[in-house]
Write a protein that binds this ligand. Structure first.
Ligand code: THU
Length: 160
């Protein structure tokens, strides 16, 4: 028997002005996407922006539905949009931001578990990490080095 530990590195920035120009631009694109989200039920709008290896930025936002489980998160809208428009083009970074119409979201909004799994599929296939940057509406920004670092014991196609 042995015990193992997982650890993941994250960088925490106090505000947008601490980010490098590329990351700041990507977060700004996520904010623009967030403002266009369709979230009439939760009133919680999420925007995601992906930077592809070819320089293209693909954004997406959450799309809710009166049949609640039929809605979709911003990250999956964005990654599927990217994969459908630019198949096999590597994804370098994903920026994510969430804001509520009811409260001020001042903590970084991380990708949900289902989105981590979906993002991991593409990271695994491209064999290069996807950086994840996430923030709330205001406040700190967290940057992690990969999807895998957010998903220990991850499931992928090699198990099938
Ligand atoms: N949501 C996202 O878009 N991404 C996440 O990672 C977490 C949650 C959306 C889904 C739903 O429309 C709203 O936020 C509230 O859960």
């Amino acid at each position: 028997m042995k015990k193992i530990n997982f650890s993941a590195e994250a960088t925490i920035y106090d505000n947008l002005s601490e980010l490098n120009a590329k990351d700041k631009h990507l977060i700004e694109q996520a904010i623009i996407a967030r403002e266009k989200a369709y979230a009439p039920y939760s009133k919680f709008k999420v925007g995601a922006a992906l930077l592809l290896e070819n320089g293209t930025i693909v954004s997406g936002n959450n799309q809710e539905n009166a049949a609640y489980p039929s809605g979709m998160c911003a990250e999956r809208v964005a990654i599927w949009k990217a994969s459908s428009e630019f198949p096999n083009v590597k994804v370098l970074k994903l920026a994510l931001t969430g804001a509520s119409e009811e409260i001020e979201v001042n903590n970084p909004v991380p990708p949900c578990g289902a989105c981590r799994q979906v993002l991991y599929e593409y990271e695994f296939n491209q064999d290069e990490p996807i950086e994840i940057l996430f923030m709330g509406e205001v406040g700190k920004i967290i940057k992690t080095k990969s999807v895998a670092s957010l998903l220990p014991f991850s499931f992928n196609s090699t198990y099938l």
